[in-house]
Design a protein around this ligand. Structure first.
Ligand SMILES: Cc1cc2nc3c(=O)[nH]c(=O)nc-3n(C[C@H](O)[C@H](O)[C@H](O)COP(=O)(O)O)c2cc1C
Length: 336
């Protein structure tokens, strides 16, 4: 059986050159289509209809994509980062295309938790999907304020973005210091009414140390990876291409790094993992699942294919049908 695997080697956002690689799949028994399949997964006691969610910051709060995507077909919508007060974000330019990906320095612009609660939760609740709220802050108190307000709300899970700089500790990101990872996890766990997922930064020497710290602090799960810090210079203007000088690299360029980090983290903690980083197809998502991710998130791919999430959901089912997999759990960590 042959499949055509399309790799965008350059110009991911506006692909001109598409390099088609025809690869030979190993031979498996092909079960008849239409078999009953279980795609549901469980994290922290919450059952998701399927393992596919959105990567925070690439899907707004769901409203923005609802004309293109049936949100009820997603396992969950993970919202953009929500802070305790409105954040204006960074100076422009904030986004720049790079080979097989993009650099962004949005600066976590968001209208704050009160607007989120009044506007976005009621909208998302109209759909048969779970709501994962991404929480951001500049101090631990900021994070806790959001977590406290969300405790009374009808949301299913919190994803804590610890790639933000801790302004009280000289600006080093919470997620770059294992002691801080442990502390912020335990402080949030004490007050959260929903399960908490700690979202790890890849910009560390040893991601397993951070994963262990999150587990010891009481996390219910781990998500990874956030963006990798990068830079682009505009040689014509002889200046930094981004207003913020540095930005976060995302898209297919980071996928192999992300898959390896998921595999590493899955080997040291017992917590369920939400894997992300350059997922643009079901084949990409399955790599993360086989490396040990219970769920996967589609991010940058939403920008050049607004229905990328649907392709991933359908493609995973097709794979399961083709290979006679009756339960997605058979695939989680199967290479390990
Ligand atoms: C424009 C943009 C905004 C993002 N905003 C957030 C955010 O608010 N909170 C967060 O935890 N991660 C944020 N991320 C990181 C993504 O959720 C994801 O971890 C990362 O982009 C890797 O996945 P991808 O390559 O599929 O995009 C953002 C990424 C992009 C590209």
């Amino acid at each position: 059986m042959q499949i055509v695997d399309i790799h965008y080697l350059e110009g991911f956002l506006t692909p001109n050159n598409i390099n088609c690689v025809v690869s030979q799949l190993p031979k498996f028994d092909i079960h008849k289509k239409g078999d009953i399949m279980n795609t549901s997964v469980n994290i922290g006691g919450i059952t998701f209809n399927n393992p596919v969610t959105t990567a925070s910051g690439t899907f707004g709060s769901g409203i923005e994509y609802s004309d293109y995507v049936d949100l009820s077909k997603l396992g969950a919508v993970t919202t953009k980062g929500v802070a305790s007060f409105p954040w204006g974000g960074n100076p422009t330019p904030r986004v720049i295309e790079t080979p097989s990906g993009m650099l962004n320095a949005i600066g976590l612009q968001n209208p704050g938790v009160d607007v989120f609660i009044a506007r976005d939760i009621p909208f998302l609740r109209k759909f048969d999907t779970k709501i994962i709220v991404n929480v951001v802050g500049k101090t631990i108190e900021d994070y806790c304020e959001v977590v406290d307000k969300l405790a009374e709300c009808d949301v299913d899970m919190l994803e804590i973005n610890i790639s933000c700089p801790n302004v009280k500790e000289g600006g080093i990101a919470f997620g770059q210091d294992a002691k801080q990872v442990h502390y912020i996890t335990s402080e949030i766990k004490k007050r959260a009414k929903q399960p908490i997922i700690m979202k790890l930064s890849p910009n560390v020497t040893d991601v397993t140390e951070m994963a262990r710290a999150a587990e010891a602090g009481g996390a219910d799960g781990i998500s990874l990876i956030n963006t990798l810090t990068g830079m682009k210079i505009d040689i014509h203007k002889r200046t930094y291409a981004l207003g913020n000088k540095t930005g976060g690299l995302s898209g297919p360029a980071i996928r192999p790094i992300a898959v390896r980090m998921v595999d590493l983290v899955a080997s040291v903690v017992k917590l369920p993992i939400i894997g992300m980083g350059g997922i643009a197809s079901a084949e990409d998502a399955l790599e993360f699942i086989m490396a040990g991710a219970t769920m996967v998130a589609v991010g940058t791919a939403n920008f050049n294919n607004p229905s990328a999430t649907m392709d991933v959901v359908e493609g995973i089912k097709e794979y399961m049908s083709n290979y006679g997999i009756s339960d997605i759990k058979e695939l989680i960590g199967c290479v390990r």
